[in-house]
Design a protein around this ligand. Structure first.
Ligand code: HEM
Length: 330
């Protein structure tokens, strides 16, 4: 990526570089640090009530129907609306933003030039809001990022696009897939639903086991020096996929890993990654997931998969669900 960017002629359109995820320390630390506060446990817990209110409204809207397509009815609008508000992007453009991010995630493999073009599309979709917040700051993440100084230099539009593309991708396409996978887990396990309805204080723990059992992100790394791992030779410049779901289904760490087990002794999973790039949005994601389970279980009767419309899954860097029809008695 760096080499390709360096070879661009002067004045060529900016190709956003998702930061901080594409940087190594110490550069990485400089760009990650300003984001810590907006995603800190304290900032995020202040959002809990508004997340609960939105979850409640979305669930109330579907309950009388006895059925729903869960991804479009709840799993997409809940975390995506929360995140657009945090970032400061207009809610009425949600369908457009989701379409762009979906296209990016579906096409991400291999074709680096295509990926750069799609990152430019994401930046272009955000640009009018980015520029507006430079001139008219509000109480949102975009306005906060404009006020930063990194190495004593004021933030530029290129910096904003770099931050923006990663936040856009991370915020608009992760939690919804986690919600889909976990709600499927609950829909096929009515004993678990009963247990959690009877003892809602178990939900926080249950949410962690859901994250382990259905770990769904597959980050990338670039190989720095020649290495051989379990017979696979890797050379500098090779791209490697870190298949985190396999780590969280490792029987050496988690006995009977494919069993969802609420009483598991060790549940130190790596659904949010490990090391310097560990997920910045993990507190937000946890609150959203827990609130969703609490509200679904408190407000809805037993729900099941619709046998006539089985869920449709997708693979990729964020594994998830395209559509999932749930039914319940009314
Ligand atoms: C359940 C939902 C989520 C999961 C499972 C998840 C997972 C991950 C993982 C595995 C990484 C590490 C990637 C790597 O090592 O290359 C990561 C990084 C990151 N995540 Fe999340 N994520 C989730 C939600 C979010 C949300 C809602 C945000 C909010 C914007 C977010 C923002 C980020 C950012 C900014 C990074 C890069 C951190 C860095 O490079 O220092 N994530 N996420």
């Amino acid at each position: 990526m760096k080499a390709m960017l360096a070879s661009l002629p002067p004045g060529a359109p900016h190709i956003p570089q998702p930061i901080p995820i594409t940087l190594d320390p110490p550069e990485h630390t400089k760009y990650r640090q300003p984001l810590q506060k907006v995603f800190s446990p304290k900032t995020i817990s202040a959002l809990r009530d508004s997340i609960r209110e939105l979850a409640g409204d979305l669930i109330k809207a579907i309950k009388p129907d006895g059925r729903c397509e869960f991804m479009s009815a709840v799993a997409e609008p809940l975390p995506v609306q929360v995140f657009l508000k945090m970032l400061g992007l207009p809610l009425d453009r949600l369908p457009e933003y989701r379409a762009i991010v979906k296209e990016h995630m579906e096409a991400i493999d291999g074709d680096r030039e295509g990926s750069m073009r799609r990152l430019q599309t994401i930046a272009a979709a955000m640009r009018d809001t980015l520029l507006d917040r430079r001139d008219n700051p509000r109480d949102d993440i975009i306005s906060m990022l404009w006020k930063l100084e990194i190495d004593g230099q004021p933030t530029t539009l290129a910096d904003m696009e770099n931050y923006g593309v990663l936040l856009f991708i991370a915020g608009l396409d992760t939690v919804m897939n986690g919600m889909g996978l976990a709600m499927r887990g609950l829909a096929v396990d009515t004993d678990l639903q009963r247990k959690l309805r009877a003892e809602p204080k178990l939900i926080a723990e249950a949410a962690e086991e859901m994250l382990r059992r259905y770990t769904f992100t597959v980050p990338m790394r670039v190989v720095k020096r020649p290495v051989e791992l379990s017979g696979a030779k890797m050379m500098p410049g090779d791209m490697v996929k870190l298949f985190l779901p396999a780590a969280d289904l490792d029987a050496k760490e988690f006995p009977q890993p494919d069993v969802y087990d609420l009483d598991r002794e060790n549940n130190v999973h790596i659904a949010f990654g490990v090391g310097p790039h560990r997920c910045l949005g993990s507190h937000l994601a946890r609150v959203e997931l827990q609130v969703l389970y609490e509200e679904m279980l408190a407000r809805m009767p037993e729900f099941r998969l619709d046998p006539d419309h089985p869920p449709v899954f997708h693979g990729g860097h964020v594994i998830g669900i395209e559509s999932m029809h749930l039914v319940w008695d009314v």
